[in-house]
Structure formats: structure tokens, C-alpha cells
Write a new protein. Structure first.
Length: 262
């Protein structure tokens, strides 16, 4: 992966995002059953990563109908204990799913199931889900109303600067270029909503990417690791706090500062 890609490439990536960030594949004929996981024991971690990628590609190729939120609600009973019944988790180690796009949720569930994104809890939760289940669950959570969070006043200003402007001197693009001014994300590009997300969860992901984790080897999965590698611990803390407080329709704020959302 390009660890030291020049800023120009980041800017290009952000600007050319409709091309660079591949939209989900059009539903293809279901040639391969999604559950046909590879049973051969991988000889090395490189082989294991390759097997996971192959499994992910297979899952993505399965034909599905658009998600059905009502069917998804019934299937979501198993998720509520951690993510909240309406997708607004209260424990900050579990990401909020409310208002997150169907496509992003589906992609992540396929990553957990295939193993390109490694998390033991979610691997277990995703294992029994078919691609259609994933779409139904995604449709359900995407229609739930996100309950926004609150930023730490002391950190918000540094975080806001990074989010809105990036830091050209460090080769860090503006988060806003992809995640949007209100943190809504971009469903068509599978860029997640980050506005309102728990700061603890955001911080954990940014730190993990900084430390070398990735969620796959495809170009899409390389975007955040290559950005996070350039963030300092202080950057990560500040921007994580800022996004937790970011939302589309701000509650009336104290008159101390303004412009936290748009
Ligand atoms: C026992 C707790 C637990 C349960 C139950 C659970 N999850 Fe999760 N989920 C997690 C944790 C922890 C993470 C964060 C994983 C990480 O750090 O990468 C997560 C992450 C996710 C993500 C990624 C979100 C993002 O913003 O990237 C999705 C999507 C998700 N879960 C969907 C589900 C669905 C759908 C169900 C029910 C079928 C479910 N989860 C059940 C604990 C749980
Ligand atoms: C070029 C586009 C782009 C830019 C710029 C960008 N992101 Fe992302 N971000 C993405 C994509 C795409 C994903 C989904 C990653 C995946 O699926 O592998 C993502 C995922 C995330 C997530 C995970 C959210 C979740 O629910 O798990 C966080 C947190 C995040 N980005 C924060 C940031 C921050 C902070 C910045 C600025 C320092 C930033 N991003 C800049 C495209 C971008």
C-alpha cells in the first residue's frame, strides 16, 4: 500500500471520489452460494487474507433484492443488546447504526463475515447472515433516527479545523471532502456517516488504522489507513470528539461559538 502517497493524490482521490470510490456492484446472477466459505486451511496469513478477499468478492456478487426494513426489524432483535434496538447504542464501544446507509452496513457485514475486517464478536454475528439478511438489516437501521452526541468543547476547535480543512503540511485531506459538512457520509460511494458517532469508537478505528490495521486490500479499504497514518494521537482525539458532536440540525447552542456544523 502507498504509505507515503503525496497530497496531490489525496486531493485527487477526494475530488475524483465518484470514480475512485467504487459504487456497490450491480446485483449479479447468484452463481456462487454465499455460504460456501472456504474450508481449506490457509498456509500463511497472506493466504488467509487472500481467502478472505475471495470470500468477500463472492458475497458481493450474490444477487439480492433491495433491503426490506420491516423484515430487517425482525432480524435486528439479535443486534439490539449492543447497538440499541433503534441503532442508537448507549455504550460507546459499540458504533451507532441509526441513519447509517444500507450499502455501508451491508459492506461491513460482508467484511466481518469474510474476515477482511477482523472482529471476533461481529464475525460471529455476521456468520449466519445471508446477503439478503444484510440488506434487510441495513434498510432497517438506515431508516432509524440518529440521536446526535456532544463534542468536548476543549477539543472541538482543533477537531473542526482538521475535519473541515485537513492539514496540507502533513498531507491530510479534509474529512469533510468525503464525509460531508454535516458528517452524513455518502451512501453511493459507501462513505459512512460519522456525524453523531461515539468518539470512543471513532478514536479506536482511527488509531487501529494508524497502527496498521486495514479492512481489506481493495483500493476502497486503503483510503482510511493511508489517511490515519498521518494523524497524531492529538489529531485523533480532537477529530473524534468533533465528529461526535457533528449533526445536520444542531440544537440551539450556547452563544460562545458557532458554525460547528455547516
Ligand atoms: C455482542 C455485541 C454485538 C452484537 C450483538 C452485535 N454487534 Fe455489531 N458491532 C459490535 C462491535 C464491538 C463493533 C465494532 C467492531 C470494530 O471495532 O471493528 C460492531 C460493529 C458493527 C458494524 C460496523 C459499523 C461501522 O460503523 O463500521 C455493523 C454494520 C454492525 N456491527 C452490525 C451489527 C448487526 C446487523 C448485528 C445483529 C445481527 C450486530 N452488529 C450485533 C458488537 C456487536
Ligand atoms: C477520500 C475520502 C475520505 C476522506 C478524505 C476521509 N474519509 Fe473516512 N472514510 C472513507 C471511506 C470510504 C470509509 C469506509 C472505509 C471502508 O469501508 O473501508 C471511511 C470510514 C471512516 C470511519 C469509520 C466509520 C465507522 O462507522 O466505522 C471514520 C471514523 C472516518 N472515516 C473518519 C475520517 C476522518 C476523521 C477523516 C479526516 C481526517 C476522514 N475520515 C477522511 C473515506 C474518506
Amino acid at each position: 500500500m502507498g504509505v507515503r502517497r503525496p497530497l496531490a493524490l489525496f486531493v485527487l482521490t477526494a475530488i475524483a471520489a465518484p470514480v475512485a470510490l467504487a459504487a456497490p456492484p450491480a446485483s449479479a446472477p447468484a452463481s456462487a452460494p454465499a455460504s460456501a466459505a472456504s474450508t481449506a486451511a490457509p498456509a500463511s496469513s497472506a493466504d488467509a487474507a487472500k481467502a478472505a478477499e475471495a470470500e468477500f468478492t463472492k458475497l458481493e456478487a450474490v444477487a439480492t433484492k433491495p433491503g426490506d426494513a420491516t423484515a430487517g426489524q425482525a432480524k435486528a432483535a439479535a443486534c439490539g443488546a449492543c447497538h440499541g434496538m433503534d441503532g442508537n447504542s448507549t455504550d460507546p464501544q459499540y458504533p451507532k447504526l441509526a441513519g447509517q446507509s444500507e450499502q455501508y452496513i451491508v459492506t461491513q457485514l460482508m467484511r466481518f463475515k469474510s474476515g477482511t475486517r477482523v472482529n471476533p464478536i461481529m464475525a460471529g454475528m455476521a456468520a449466519p447472515l445471508s446477503p439478503q439478511d444484510m440488506h434487510d438489516l441495513g434498510a432497517y437501521f438506515s431508516t432509524q433516527k440518529l440521536l446526535p452526541g456532544v463534542a468536548d468543547e476543549k477539543l472541538a476547535s482543533d477537531g473542526e479545523k482538521l475535519y473541515r480543512d485537513g492539514d496540507a503540511s502533513q498531507g491530510i485531506p479534509a474529512c469533510m471532502a468525503c464525509h460531508g459538512p454535516t458528517g452524513r457520509g455518502n451512501p453511493g460511494w459507501r462513505v459512512p456517516q460519522v456525524g453523531g458517532q461515539h468518539a470512543d469508537y471513532v478514536q479506536k478505528q482511527l488509531q487501529a488504522w494508524h497502527d496498521g490495521t486495514s479492512w481489506g486490500s481493495d483500493a476502497h479499504a486503503q483510503i482510511m489507513p493511508s489517511i490515519a497514518q498521518r494523524l497524531t494521537a492529538a489529531d485523533i482525539t480532537a477529530v473524534s470528539s468533533y465528529v461526535e458532536g457533528l449533526h445536520a440540525a444542531p440544537a440551539p447552542q450556547p452563544a460562545t461559538r458557532s458554525g460547528a456544523t455547516d
